[in-house]
Design a protein around this ligand. Structure first.
Ligand code: NAD
Ligand code: TYD
Length: 350
């Protein structure tokens, strides 16, 4: 792993991953971050690495074939870690089109360009030979499996059954990635992670939204009965899992990533309020999200037993760090909420 293309590196998980790689991988000589800087992309997340000589930022669109081609030709990447996506379920319900073009077509553009540059003989339709050491990693989500009832866990064999335009677009992208492995022999991996939390998360998602609202004394909007369950993972653990898959993953394999931390939304909201010394009167039950998935839960046996990864953070510890980070980085939050987010927030809850 010498020259890495990270897409969507100005977003929540991508920026945490860039910090992780630049501080953990001694071999990396170049890391290019290709990001369109949509409302979710924020270069403030990368302030401490912007002068690192190994790091290079390119503002651009993964759907722009000419740009992606130019970057591969110039930098000779051996690794692609693809985070860039439209990632918010609520936005996908009101504006599904961009989810299809970015998440599905954007993925195919990256795959096709990588294939052209990485195949030993790109002209030979029947050859399955790729340059040694190259790897494409697709960052996917447990949401492609749909929703669970009160029991059971998602394994890598669980059939895909996405329910929202967001998860359907991520499932579509996963199937294209799979097809590039099956048809061309391309060395790919797909990782499917549960809900992440931690620093630099855009405050349209549950945990940063609730911390921010509690801090400024605004109501905390809990959808439906608040008993929906998510399986929470501290973002740094997600980064270490992706790094493990890059180092040890078997080409063509899918790995589920989760930390065995199932929590109901209302439990999280109450924990945040309690930790921040705020009262529960701020909790406001609002109309439920259409098609709201009831429960997600990951079986992480494959990655823990086959690749030896395990999460480093217990939930209580990760939450404590997360709350402290948001309270200590109020400037970051202020700059975010003064942008387009506010208008979206007003449309969502008016
Ligand atoms: P995010 O919304 O915070 O960041 C997405 C980034 O992609 C932003 O920086 C944005 O500017 C960029 N982007 C969007 N469209 C682009 C385009 N056309 N070209 C280039 N850049 C573009 O998302 P996140 O929460 O960091 O999620 C990253 C990835 O992880 C996504 O693929 C998501 O599906 C997946 N994932 C997220 C979670 C989670 O809990 N957040 C869980 C599992 C999987
Ligand atoms: P979210 O952070 O949007 O992630 P995802 O939909 O990908 O799981 O939401 C997490 C859970 O929190 C989900 O069940 C929806 C719920 N939720 C609320 O109850 N209120 C909110 O304001 C938000 C943003 C989410």
């Amino acid at each position: 792993m010498k020259a890495m293309l990270v897409t969507g590196g100005a977003g929540f998980i991508g920026s945490n991953f860039i910090h992780y790689i630049l501080s953990h991988d001694s071999e990396i000589s170049l890391l290019v971050n290709l990001d369109l800087l949509t409302y979710a992309g924020n270069l403030d997340n990368l302030k401490t690495v912007e002068n690192d000589p190994r790091y290079h930022f390119v503002k651009g669109d993964i759907r722009d074939k000419d740009l992606v081609e130019k970057l591969f030709a110039e930098y000779n990447f051996d690794t692609v870690v693809h985070f860039a996506a439209e990632s918010h379920v609520d936005r996908s319900i009101t504006e599904p089109e961009v989810f299809l073009t970015t998440n599905v077509v954007g993925t195919q553009t990256l795959l096709d360009t990588a294939k052209r540059h990485w195949k030993v003989d790109p002209e030979d339709k029947y050859s399955r030979e790729f340059r040694p050491g190259v790897r494409y990693l697709q960052v996917s989500t447990d949401e492609v499996y749909g929703a669970l009832g009160a029991t059971g866990l998602f394994t890598e064999q669980t059939p895909l059954s996405p329910n929202s335009p967001y998860s359907a677009s991520k499932a579509g992208a996963d199937l294209i990635v799979r097809a590039y492995h099956e048809t061309y022999g391309m060395p790919v991996n797909i990782t499917r992670c549960s809900n992440n939390y931690g620093p630099y998360q855009f405050p349209e998602k549950l945990i940063p939204l609730m911390i921010h609202n509690a801090q400024i004394g605004k109501p905390l909007p809990v959808y439906g009965d608040g008993m929906q369950i998510r399986d929470w993972l501290y973002v740094e653990d997600h980064c270490s899992a992706i790094y493990t898959v890059l180092k040890k993953g078997v080409p063509g394999e899918i790995y589920n990533i989760g930390g065995n931390n199932e929590k109901a939304n209302i439990e999280i909201v109450k924990l945040l309020l309690h930790t921040m010394g705020k009262g529960e009167e701020l909790i406001t039950y609002v109309k439920d999200r259409p098609g709201h998935d009831r429960r997600y839960a990951i079986d992480n046996t494959k990655i823990t037993t086959q690749l030896g990864w395990k999460p480093a953070y217990r939930f209580e510890e990760g939450m404590q760090k997360t709350i402290e980070w948001y309270l200590n980085n109020q400037k970051w939050m202020e700059r975010v909420v003064s942008g387009e987010y506010v208008k979206f927030y007003e449309r969502m809850y008016s």
